[in-house]
Design a protein around this ligand. Structure first.
Ligand code: FMN
Length: 221
């Protein structure tokens, strides 16, 4: 698979087969992603990859925090806040595609909440990764995190695997700090659920699409 195919094929996948990925393959993918570029080669990313009991215990702890009404405590400002104009329009269109594919209407509050809660159940994926960077760093370092995330997602695609990047996984980080080693002074920015896609699942059947090129890029000269 070449890069063009991997970019085209990668999509956020929200239902997975109950099939673990070989640990050697997971390690190989993270090893390859170490070649990602970063500002002054600072490589600000630290990742905990969780599988098996640790993954299950983190899911339980996050769900328990949510069910008990504990407020979310993201360190970095979530990407879905204060959106305006075309960004708000696209955010709504994205939600409409997701809920629409699942047959969930605007007023089906309970179903919407249940679907939202699947974020903290890793959408059934057998593996998840939590990405943190030093709390003192800012937007420009977040670029490094994003480039690194895309490297991993494309490598997963190349290896027949699927993933879903999730800002939601930075919302209830206490459980992760308790059950895995997040370096001191780091904060989780996002997570990534991954595994083998359940191709039959309805939730994986929609494509949010993209704006036409001219809305994003202008060429001169
Ligand atoms: C940084 C980041 C955070 C995201 N957070 C979530 C999330 O919390 N939950 C979710 O279901 N999807 C999340 N997504 C997935 C986006 O909704 C998805 O990338 C977008 O709609 C485009 O769809 P595609 O990935 O299928 O091409 C996130 C994506 C990124 C890059």
């Amino acid at each position: 698979m070449n890069v063009s195919d991997a970019i085209k094929q990668r999509r956020s996948v929200r239902a997975y087969k109950d099939q673990a990925v070989a640990p050697e393959l997971i390690e190989k993918i993270f090893l390859q992603a170490q070649d990602s570029p970063s500002n002054c080669n600072t490589q600000p990313w630290h990742v905990v990859v969780v599988s098996g009991d640790v993954r299950n215990n983190i899911e339980k702890a996050m769900m328990s925090d949510i069910m008990s009404g504990k407020p979310p405590t993201p360190h970095f400002k979530p990407g879905d806040q204060d959106l305006k104009d075309e960004y708000r329009t696209r955010q709504i269109a994205c939600a409409v595609s997701l809920y629409g594919a699942m047959g969930i209407g605007r007023d089906d509050k309970k179903e919407r909440q249940e679907l939202m809660a699947q974020n903290w159940q890793f959408f059934g994926a057998p593996h998840a990764a939590f990405f943190s960077m030093p709390k003192t760093m800012s937007e420009i370092n977040a670029v490094d995190m994003g480039i690194y995330l895309q490297s991993i997602m494309l490598l997963l695609t190349e290896n027949g695997l699927a993933s879903c990047p999730q800002g939601a996984l930075a919302m209830y980080a206490d459980a992760v700090h308790e059950l895995a080693n997040i370096p001191e002074n780091h904060a989780i920015m996002f997570g990534l659920s991954f595994g083998y896609a359940d191709e039959e699942a309805v939730i994986n059947s929609f494509d949010v699409g993209r704006e036409e090129l001219s809305k994003s890029v202008e060429f001169y000269g």
